[in-house]
Design a protein. Structure first.
Lengths: 540, 315
């Protein structure tokens, strides 16, 4: 019998049906991958096993863990299971830890609670567990607070909490989605090792097919709360019998059709960045002294031709967003000049920047956070129009908004709706409509598709490609996702510790990386083709 | 941490100096000549002028401010115009009534508000929460002197458990003295507790939605334990802020409440001093209250750093 057995699980919250007849099982030492797009019910399945569902949720069916009927278990029984036999790791490591307690306290707390160990014993075990997840005592004493750690380090602490008592089952809900690819590979390695060491069952939840393929022995594909297909990972994904499986696999490898790339060097450059540096003052050590400044961007130079699509890739914290902010004149450089269409942008006043602002726009990562929820689409999309020389009349304005909406594949009727009436993908279309309404020459897109599901992401990448062709907009794509870079850009720049360490044609750099930083990125990036091939090979 | 401490301390001192200027200036422009008041209506203009010179009232404004401020530093608040005794002696007699009263009220309001906030937050939207918050709403709306009158009627007139007013003095024993402070303290504390409970509830509800609460639950800790160990401390920052602000209201509240209960405290002293145009007493007492409020807020600022480790390392 399996360790975790879910049969005919249905779940409603209020009057909404969340899960319908879901079945899956996880055996000891096995990795089960649960894949699906947002809203498919992946997380709710996990929370049902933990019995941490919202108040109004009602579950029917059977969930058995190690012979215990979870749906019938009392809260006391569940408290005894949680954190002891079942551990859970969550998506967002930045907020998963209590900011006012030390990491030692937080790891030791569960140990003390379940084993009634003394504080000293529990701290001793917490220390060993932190060592195990790669946070050695020399740099990470128990007295550290979460805010002193990076995202990847915090996720290690969360894993230490979940695995401190060697659980029989670990549920990991998108454990690496918020991390860059190199950190993702490290965390996945750690999870794999923990599974092997303790014959722990792992229920790995992810929207990323490539990640799941690399990790999972078996896979369950969920859509709208129902299981579409389940089975051996390699076979399921190589045969792709179910249409939805095929659709998911294709979407995650989607490359938009693009005409021949623009060549740099033809005519005047659109954007020139010359020896740009940005220092941030270090933390204050006393009332009047700061410690040495941090150099976020270090002597960066490059140029972009009109219509060119360039990717700026690098690990989180490498300085790529700081560089983008300086290009958009939202941040001042410490040294160096940035020229846009031959005119200097650096050191200009807001009024002098107006013409430049008209021709460069931005698309952000989070389609939920980048709109004022109390304003209508017409006003939101028309926002950049205030940089135009001549303010358009209301009728003219509506016309322009309608046109922009049409160009991104939305209906002009959507103008009178509010942002919450749109899905995540539609909202990203709205951001793009807002970016192109002034007919810019350059759009800076900061991780524009990383918050989107694969199928939506394929559509948005298509849209970017189409607008590039049709309107001749140049793109600077900031991303840590190499598949995005490969899909949509002609050239790629690899950034590491504030410097551009490699630059070249996208396919060349990604296939034959030269610098250490680029090699590390390419090696860590999950790739569906490669992962399936490797799995098939292993199984013979 | 040291930088944070120094910064807060500097801000507190600057605030104190500015406040002293404002207090001095405001009382300067209020009509009413203390010399004329002391001498009575029949005094001649020459006599008044002589006394004004003696009292130093004719010196330039800046000079008088400096003289007064220098006196404050050595706890010399000057002499009362009406009682002709040092202001500090008047204050000393009264502060042993007002300070315990304010502190008891502060402790009471915290002790009432935090459990009510926890209770309501953990039963959000259910009957218990609705009743508790309805009561809190009532507490916010009703003025404290009305509470005071109701309390007197109930406990002093009807049940005869405590005196209706007056203060026997600490020499009469700790218990009788405390007993006469009990009703005023409750009357002062209840409206404050109502506000604080609402703040605590909403701060807790916000914190209970945080991811780390789920992490703690996934460790296998029961809801109640998570509430006490993880949620409460994180919800303390807004609660401490309000607590600091409330101290000022408590001090102001004593002026009304001490009058309702005939307590010989600072509030009554300042009330009478205003009536008698005894400006030097008013100045002294007000400065003392200002200093107390600034000190309490400094303590609140420092307690932020104790509650939240991020404040300790950031600045």
């Amino acid at each position: 019998m399996s360790l975790l057995e879910i049969e005919n699980l249905s779940l409603t919250i209020g009057n909404t049906q969340i899960l319908r007849d879901v079945g899956l099982s996880v055996a000891s030492g096995e990795v089960m991958g649960l894949v699906g797009e947002s809203g498919s019910g992946k997380s709710m399945t996990a929370l049902t096993v933990m019995q941490l569902l919202p108040w109004a949720a009602r579950a029917t069916g059977r969930v058995t863990f190690d012979g215990i009927d979870i749906l019938a278990a009392s809260e006391d029984q569940m408290c005894a299971l949680r954190g002891d036999d079942i551990g859970m790791v969550f998506q967002e490591p930045m907020t998963a830890l209590n900011p006012v307690k030390t990491i030692g306290e937080q790891v030791a707390e569960g140990i003390r609670w379940h084993t009634k160990a003394s504080r000293a014993d529990a701290e001793d075990r917490a220390r060993k567990m932190l060592d195990r997840v790669g946070l050695p005592a020399a740099n990470f004493p128990l007295s550290r607070y979460p805010h002193e750690l990076s995202g990847g380090q915090r996720q290690r602490v969360v894993i230490a909490i979940a695995c401190a008592l060697k659980p029989k089952l670990l549920i990991a809900d998108e454990p690496t989605t918020a991390l860059d690819v190199v950190l993702q590979a490290q965390i996945l390695d750690l999870l794999r090792d923990l599974v092997a060491e303790n014959r722990m069952g792992l229920l790995l939840i992810s929207h990323d097919l490539a990640v799941v393929t690399e990790m999972a022995d078996r896979i369950t594909i969920l859509r709208h709360g129902e299981v579409m297909e389940a089975g051996d990972t390699a076979r399921t994904l190589s045969e792709q019998l179910h249409p939805y499986t095929r659709q998911l696999a294709q979407a995650s490898m989607h490359v938009p059709a693009r005409a021949e790339a623009h060549n740099a060097g033809s005519g005047k450059p659109l954007l020139q960045v010359e020896s740009v540096t940005r220092d941030y003052p270090g933390p204050r050590t006393s009332l009047f002294r700061h410690s040495a400044p941090t150099r976020a961007v270090d002597d960066v130079s490059f140029s972009m031709a009109p219509g060119q699509s360039v990717a700026l890739v690098g690990r989180s914290g490498c300085g790529k967003s700081t560089l983008a902010r300086m290009i958009l004149a939202l941040d001042k450089s410490t040294a160096g000049t940035i020229r846009f269409r031959g005119e200097t942008v650096t050191g200009k006043s807001e009024a002098e920047l107006k013409p430049a602002r008209r021709d460069m726009q931005v698309v952000f990562q989070d389609p939920y956070g980048s709109f004022d929820p109390r304003q209508k689409v017409e006003k939101l999309v028309a926002e950049p129009l205030h940089v135009l020389e001549k303010k358009p009349a209301p009728a003219e304005r509506r016309e322009m908004v309608a046109h922009a909406l049409h160009e991104v594949g939305l209906s002009p009727r959507d103008m009178d709706k509010y942002p919450h009436e749109f899905s995540g993908g539609q909202r990203q279309r709205l951001s793009i409509a807002r970016a192109i309404i002034t007919r810019p020459k350059l759009v800076v897109a900061d991780e524009p598709v990383s918050a989107l599901d694969v199928s939506i992401r394929a559509q948005i990448l298509d849209l970017f490609a189409e607008l590039n062709q049709k309107l001749g907009i140049a793109y600077l794509f900031i991303t840590h996702d190499l598949t995005v870079a490969r899909a949509i850009t002609d050239e790629v720049m690899v950034m590491h510790d504030g410097r551009i360490v490699e630059r070249g044609r996208t396919s060349e750099v990604l296939d034959h990386p030269q610098s250490e930083a680029a090699k590390a990125l390419v090696a860590a990036a999950p790739d569906l083709h490669r992962a399936i091939a490797r799995r098939l090979q292993e199984e013979g | 941490m040291t930088a944070y401490l120094l910064k807060r301390l500097t801000i507190a001192l600057v605030t104190l100096v500015l406040a002293s200027m404002v207090v001095f200036a405001v009382l300067e422009v209020i009509p009413g000549d203390p010399a004329r008041l002391m001498l009575g209506m029949n005094a001649s203009a020459d006599q008044v002028e002589l006394l004004r010179n003696q009292m130093g009232l004719n010196a330039p404004l800046a000079l008088r401010y400096l003289h007064w401020a220098a006196g404050l530093l050595s706890l010399d608040f000057g002499r009362s115009y009406t009682y002709s005794v040092p202001v500090i002696d008047l204050v000393r007699e009264r502060i042993i009534v007002s300070l315990p009263l304010a502190l008891i009220a502060l402790v009471l309001s915290t002790v009432i508000a935090i459990p009510v906030g926890l209770f309501s937050a953990s039963r959000r939207g259910r009957a218990g929460d609705t009743i508790a918050m309805g009561a809190a709403q009532f507490g916010v709306a009703v003025p404290n002197f009305w509470f005071a009158l109701m309390l007197i009627y109930l406990f002093a007139v009807w049940l005869r458990l405590v005196p209706a007013g007056g203060f026997p003095g600490w020499s009469a024993g700790v218990w009788p003295a405390l007993k006469s402070l009990l009703l005023p303290a409750i009357a002062l504390a209840l409206p404050q507790a109502a506000i604080l409970a609402r703040v605590a509830r909403s701060a807790l509800i916000e914190v209970l939605h945080e991811d780390y609460i789920r992490t703690a639950r996934a460790k296998g800790m029961p809801y109640r334990a998570v509430l006490w160990r993880h949620a409460l401390r994180n919800a303390m920052i807004p609660v401490l802020t309000i607590l600091g602000l409330q101290f000022a209201f408590l001090l102001a509240g004593t002026i009304i409440i001490e009058n309702v209960f005939y307590l010989p405290g600072l509030g009554r002293l300042v009330f009478q001093a205003i009536n008698q145009r005894d400006l030097i007493v008013v100045e002294g007492v007000v400065m003392l209250l200002v200093a107390a409020v600034i000190a309490v807020n400094l303590v609140v600022d420092l307690s932020y750093a104790i509650v939240d480790p991020r404040l300790r390392s950031r600045q």
